[in-house]
Design a binder for this molecule. Structure first.
Ligand code: HEM
Length: 526
């Protein structure tokens, strides 16, 4: 890769020199040739400086631009580079990005030297318009304050009981939806259905609002969701668009749409905050105040100066980002894996039946009542299968930090202040030196010891991140995924429409299945 990079730099330079011998050509094509020549010279200089002079730096695997060329299969491209170099660099004149799959490095970045690796100004600038000062965008005191508040809220019984009730209710609606497809003998896109179902749940748990996107009935909520999804795509695009700040200044192109979308969301969220504040003043009981927004509103009464409406808006949009797609994406890959491995599908279904003691005639209402904490604790194989899914298809395939100071990683490579430092959960799941020769196989058994789930080091299994910034919704997500998986597998069997086709992802912040998950569902009769 280094040689290829060197050769292309020389080629650019030679092409430039050849053409610059002709004055006429310079006049006609000067505007093209000169930049090409300069670009080649810059590449050559960077290559010599970065690969020859800077000996202790991670090996240069190419230009950051190479990721644009491989954008469609980006995470597999990164995996192939990581097989050669467990830590490598991609360079650009303005920014160096380091990528690693080495668990020792991951532990160093996420825990041992946590204070040196944060979102940094670079990520903050990109995210600020949409996520403001929310937990995903900030470091330092702002992050600590929200982390403390949110950790407390997530550990309360109120939120736990409320979210479980919401997951159960939405699971029942999901069963009704799938039953319709079965009755009509229709193929379905399970990813689409799961996305709607988890969206309804996060809306209810986040705002206390029934969105009913599964039945498509809330126009205003749908507008919010569309604006949120479109904004996310545009924010992600900023990472590869060198001119986004100019476009934002001129309010043109995607930046103009982003501004419009943000207004739609702000109108929605600020109105909701106002309504809830009013309701709180008049209603004394705690009923209807179990959602995350209400919980934070109650907190804000203790600290009104800092916890302004703007701050609450940021908190809520960040929770939407965290909870909206991650669980649905994971469940999509989970059902895809179960279809590819029918024996594993049967094994999970049998475990569900045993843990809930359900017979064939049980109603959905009765069944959801049986998905208790105790029953879920018995589903060790389901837990292993979901975790195995996340190992191979982590909802956040690559996670990036910024280095605040020069540093040295445990593998001996030097990091410079300002470097982007990324660990690649998707590539890590495929490394044989981490998981053994069967790393690419879907094998839930690898997580079990005598039938009991045995966790792995979180610096090897990085799907939820690790260290002080470990995902706050991990338990929440497992609970939601287990409830949905349990009801679906108790009532249905699933079969891919096209068994020979291999699914792939759409490259974006989360691991979304490209084109959806098309399958047939059948009533499960034992
Ligand atoms: C399968 C589901 C999920 C996966 C795989 C997952 C994974 C992750 C990852 C990789 C991060 C680190 C992102 C970063 O560097 O900024 C993260 C952070 C976070 N997650 Fe999750 N997540 C899931 C579901 C959820 C849910 C459902 C919620 C809440 C409703 C949630 C709340 C959060 C929060 C608040 C953070 C920020 C933590 C901080 O910066 O201190 N997550 N999650």
């Amino acid at each position: 890769m280094g040689a290829l990079f060197f050769a292309s730099a020389i080629a650019f330079l030679l092409i430039g020199c050849f053409f610059t011998t002709s004055f006429f050509v310079i006049l006609v094509l000067g505007a093209i040739i000169l930049p090409v020549t300069l670009f080649g010279a810059v590449l050559l200089l960077i290559y010599v400086k970065e690969s020859v002079v800077e000996k202790l730096r991670p090996p240069v695997a190419g230009l950051s631009l190479s990721q644009l060329i491989h954008f469609k299969k980006l995470f597999d491209y990164q995996t192939s580079l990581a097989r050669k170099y467990p830590t490598y660099r991609l360079i650009m004149p303005s920014q160096t990005d380091v990528y690693t799959v080495d668990p020792a490095n991951v532990e160093h970045i996420l825990k041992t030297n946590f204070s040196n690796y944060g979102k940094g100004q670079y990520n903050y600038d990109i995210m600020k318009d949409l996520f403001g000062d929310g937990i995903f965008a900030v470091d330092g005191d702002k992050w600590r304050h929200q982390r403390k508040l949110a950790s407390y809220e997530f550990s309360t019984k109120v939120l736990r009981d409320f979210s479980t009730a919401v997951f159960r209710a939405n699971a029942a609606k999901l069963v009704a939806n799938v039953s319709e497809a079965v009755a009509a003998n229709k193929m379905m896109d399970l990813q689409d259905v799961l996305m709607k179902s988890t969206l309804d749940s996060i809306f209810k748990v986040g705002f206390g609002v029934d969105l009913n996107s599964l039945s498509g009935s809330d126009e205003f909520g749908n507008q919010f969701t569309k604006a949120f999804d479109d904004s996310n795509v545009i924010i992600y695009w900023r990472y590869v668009d060198l001119f986004w700040k100019i476009k934002r200044f001129l309010n043109i192109g995607l930046e103009a749409s982003l501004k419009r979308n943000i207004k739609v969301m702000d109108d929605f969220v600020f109105q909701l905050i106002r309504c809830k504040r009013e309701k709180m003043k008049t209603e004394k009981s705690d009923e209807g105040k179990e959602d995350i927004l209400s919980r934070f509103l109650i907190e804000s009464e203790k600290d009104p100066e800092n916890m302004t409406d703007q701050y609450l808006r940021d908190i809520i949009l960040n929770f939407m980002l965290a909870g909206k797609d991650s669980s649905a994406n994971t469940l999509t890959w989970f059902f895809y894996m179960l279809c590819k491995h029918p024996l594993i599908q049967e094994k999970v279904a049998q475990e569900v039946k045993q843990a809930t003691k359900a017979d064939d005639n049980i109603s959905i209402g009765e069944f959801t009542e049986r998905i208790t904490e105790e029953a879920m604790d018995k589903m060790q194989y389901l837990h292993a299968a979901l975790t195995e899914t996340l190992r191979l298809y982590p909802a956040v395939p690559v996670d990036g930090k910024n280095s605040f100071k020069d540093d040295i990683l445990p593998d001996g490579f030097k990091i410079k202040k300002g470097d982007g430092v990324n660990y690649m959960a998707y590539a890590m799941g495929r490394m044989t030196y981490i998981w053994g020769d069967d790393a690419e196989e879907f094998r839930p058994e690898r997580w079990l010891e005598n039938g009991v789930f045995r966790p792995e080091s979180l610096f090897k299994f990085t799907a939820f991140q690790a260290g002080p910034r470990i995902c706050l919704g991990k338990e929440f997500a497992y609970r939601q995924m287990k409830i949905l998986a349990t009801v679906l597998l108790n009532f249905f069997k699933f079969k891919l429409v096209d068994e020979r086709k291999n699914a792939t992802y759409r490259t974006m912040f989360t691991l979304h299945m490209d084109q959806g998950l098309h399958l047939f569902a059948f009533h499960r009769l034992n």
